[in-house]
Design a protein around this ligand. Structure first.
Ligand SMILES: [Zn+2]
Ligand SMILES: [Zn+2]
Length: 261
C-alpha cells in the first residue's frame, strides 16, 4: 500500500526530539511521500519545508505565508517566495488563505496577502494549498475571481454543500483526522459525496490526530487511520483509497516530474 500525507508540519518543534524516528514510522506504515508545509513561524523565514525536503528525498515542500502571519509579509517576502517557488522540490504554494477564527492578522491584510500569493502561484503555474477557517464565503469569492489553476482545500471539514462549491471551483478536498471524529458525520457525508479523483489524505500533524490517537501529537504514520476510515465511509477497500489518493496527489503536485534531492 502506497500512501501520501499531503499536509505535514514536520518542522514543528514538537518533532525536535524524534523527527527522524517519526519519519521512519511513516515510511514503515506505507507513507511513501510527505508534503512539508513551509509556512513555519512565518516571515522572514520561508524555508522551513525546503530545509526538510533537502534532508529526505521523499519529502516535498511548499512555500507560503499562512494567514496567521499575513501581517509579517513585506515586499521582500514576496520576492523571496517567487525565488523559492522555482526550487525543484517546491511543488505548491501554501498554506495560504483566510483565518477569521483567530484573526491573528487584520482581515484586509489577510485578503491582500492571499491575493498576492495567488498571483505568485499563477506565475509559476503551481497548485495552491488553501487554509480557510470561518472565512468560507470570502475565500471562495477571492478564488472564483482570481484563481484559474489547481489546488486543494486542506483539512476539509465542511458539509456536502461546501464540498460541492469547492469541487465546482476545481479543487481537490483533503481529509484529515476530523473525518474519524464521532461527531463529524457531515464531514463523512462530504467525503462520500466527493468523486474519487478529487480526494486527498492528510494529517496536518502535529495537530488533529485521528481516532484512536485523538488528543495526542499527530504524525504522518497516522494517515493510515484516516485512510481506513475513508475506505469504510465510501465502502471501498483501503487499497483502492490508497491508490486513488496517491494518484491524485501525484497528478496535482508532481505533474510527471520525479523530484528528489
Ligand atoms: Zn491549515
Ligand atoms: Zn497546516
Amino acid at each position: 500500500m502506497r500512501l501520501v500525507d499531503s499536509h505535514t508540519h514536520l518542522d514543528d518543534a514538537k518533532f525536535n526530539e524524534d523527527r527522524a524516528a517519526v519519519i521512519e514510522r511513516a515510511r514503515a506504515a506505507g507513507v511513501e511521500r510527505m508534503l512539508a508545509i513551509g509556512t513555519g513561524s512565518g516571515p522572514p523565514d520561508l524555508e522551513a519545508a525546503v530545509r526538510l525536503a533537502g534532508d529526505y528525498p521523499f519529502v516535498l515542500a511548499t512555500v507560503g505565508v499562512h494567514p496567521h502571519d499575513a501581517a509579517k509579509a513585506t515586499g521582500a517576502t514576496f520576492e523571496r517566495l517567487r525565488e523559492l517557488a522555482a526550487h525543484p522540490k517546491v511543488v505548491a504554494i501554501g498554506e495560504i488563505g483566510l483565518d477569521y477564527h483567530y484573526d491573528f492578522s487584520p482581515r484586509d491584510v489577510q485578503r491582500a496577502v492571499f491575493s498576492t500569493q495567488l498571483a505568485i502561484a499563477a506565475e509559476g503555474a503551481q497548485p495552491i494549498v488553501i487554509h480557510t477557517r470561518e472565512a468560507w464565503e470570502d475565500t471562495l469569492e477571492i478564488l472564483r475571481r482570481e484563481w484559474h489553476g489547481d489546488g486543494v482545500m486542506h483539512c476539509f471539514t465542511g458539509d456536502v454543500t461546501q464540498a460541492r462549491q469547492a469541487l465546482d471551483a476545481g479543487f481537490c478536498l483533503a481529509f484529515g483526522g476530523v473525518l474519524t471524529f464521532p461527531k463529524a458525520e457531515p464531514v463523512r457525508e462530504a467525503a462520500r459525496f466527493t468523486p474519487a479523483d478529487r480526494l486527498l489524505l492528510e494529517t496536518d500533524c502535529p495537530y488533529l490526530a485521528p481516532v484512536p490517537h485523538r488528543g495526542k501529537r499527530n504524525e504522518p504514520a497516522f494517515v493510515a487511520e484516516t485512510a481506513r476510515r475513508l475506505a469504510e465511509v465510501r465502502a471501498q477497500s483501503i487499497e483502492e483509497v490508497a491508490a486513488f489518493t496517491t494518484a491524485n496527489f501525484e497528478r496535482l503536485c508532481l505533474r510527471g516530474r520525479t523530484p528528489n534531492g
